[in-house]
Structures are given as structure tokens and as C-alpha cells.
Design a protein around this ligand. Structure first.
Ligand code: CA
Length: 227
């Protein structure tokens, strides 16, 4: 049974989540504040954590930082805050994904399944070397991209960027993380670099670069590779 830890101080939302999750055969624990969440996370070893950022006793981001000190459990942030800064802060602290309130239960459950699946699929040593989509394939070992039967030439920078995205399928990767990894810490505010290079990658890989199907922009946040 997949165990979910729900960290949320709104009793009505907790009730709705518990009912929906239990109906789908998840085991559920609920914590109304950060301190309880950390205690239950250690005691119950959940498979995934749903975390509200606005908690009565501590900031949700601090809960993430504390959890990440000893756990790799997937963390999905539930955020009423529209400000993307706070979501980015949560992702940079180690959250895996976020859902903005109010959310549809179907969307939340789909994201939750994806987060759990990712940890099940991800071996500690990455073995993923070949990524195939309906439109192109990427051989990470040979550093070769093929679209419609033809080799696609990519620059080293384009490769580096693409590699990070395709080895984290479905996962939102923040702008800061990508800039830091590809260009270095000193360049982590140069979001224009990302726009330029992502546009190049889309021109080379997407069938319709202006309506990308694989290399998705999350405005103000980052990018996501959808298989
Ligand atoms: Ca709250």
C-alpha cells in the first residue's frame, strides 16, 4: 500500500483528501502542523508527502528542508499562494512538484501517481541511456539525437540542458537549477539564456516548436520534459 502523509491545517481540505485517497486505497496519515509532520514522516515512512506551505507553526519550506536532511521521499507542495517565488523556493528546497489551490482532485491524484512512479522507476544509479518519444529519440550515452530518421546536431550547451530535462521526465525543473547546472552559480539569474536555448532545442526536436509537446515551459518557474 502506498502511504501518503498529508500536511495541512485546513480540516475541510484534510477531510476531502483523506476520503479521496482512502477510496483509492492509499494509506493516509494527516498532520495539522510542521512539527507533527516531521514526527510522522520519521515514524510512518510515507511514500509521498502532500505539503501545504502555510502552516501554523512553521513555514512549509522549512519542513521541506528538514525532511531533505534525511529523506528522499517525494514532496508535493499544495500552495494557495499564486506568487511563483514561493513555489520556486519550495522546489529549490527539495520539493518535487506543486499543485496550486484550488486544485481538481483528478489533477492532484495524477500528479501524485507520477511522483510515486518516479521514485519507483529511479534506481540510485541512473541507468537511463535511451529516451524515446513518438517524434525523436535521444541516446544519452552516444550523445546522439535522431528525429524523423535524421541526426540532429546539438551544441554541448543544448545537450547539457536536454540531458537534465529528459533524465527527469515529468518533473518540473526550476530555472535556477538549470542555470546553475549548465552555466554555473554566477549565471543563475540569466533566465534569457534559458529562453534562447529552449527555443533552439524546440526548433531542433519539436514538430511544432511554437506549440511544444515535449519541452514544456512552466511560466515564471521552469521547464518540464513530458514523454
Ligand atoms: Ca494552510
Amino acid at each position: 500500500m502506498t502511504r501518503v502523509l498529508v500536511v495541512e491545517d485546513d480540516p475541510q481540505l484534510v477531510r476531502a483528501l483523506v476520503i479521496n485517497l482512502q477510496a483509492r486505497h492509499y494509506g493516509v496519515d494527516a498532520a495539522p502542523d510542521g512539527a507533527t509532520a516531521l514526527r510522522l514522516a520519521a515514524a510512518r515512512q510515507p511514500d509521498v508527502v502532500l505539503l501545504d506551505l502555510g502552516l501554523p507553526d512553521m513555514d512549509g519550506v522549512d519542513v521541506i528542508k528538514a525532511l531533505r536532511g534525511w529523506s528522499r521521499v517525494p514532496i508535493m507542495v499544495l500552495s494557495a499562494r499564486r506568487a511563483s517565488d514561493e513555489k520556486v523556493g519550495a522546489l529549490d528546497a527539495g520539493a518535487d512538484d506543486y499543485v496550486t489551490k484550488p486544485f481538481s482532485m483528478d489533477e492532484l491524484l495524477a500528479r501524485l501517481r507520477a511522483a510515486v512512479r518516479r521514485t519507483e522507476d529511479t534506481p540510485l544509479v541512473p541507468e537511463l541511456t535511451l529516451v524515446r518519444t513518438a517524434d525523436f529519440s535521444i541516446d544519452l550515452l552516444a550523445k546522439k539525437a535522431v528525429r524523423a530518421g535524421r541526426d540532429v546536431r546539438l551544441t554541448p550547451t543544448e545537450w547539457h540542458l536536454l540531458e537534465i530535462l529528459v533524465t527527469n521526465p515529468g518533473r518540473l525543473i526550476t530555472q535556477k537549477h538549470l542555470l546553475q547546472e549548465v552555466w554555473g552559480v554566477s549565471q543563475r539569474n540569466k533566465t534569457n539564456y534559458l529562453r534562447v536555448y529552449m527555443a533552439q532545442l524546440r526548433r531542433k526536436l519539436e514538430t511544432d516548436p511554437s506549440h511544444p509537446r515535449y519541452l514544456i515551459t512552466e511560466p515564471g518557474m521552469g521547464y518540464r520534459f513530458e514523454e
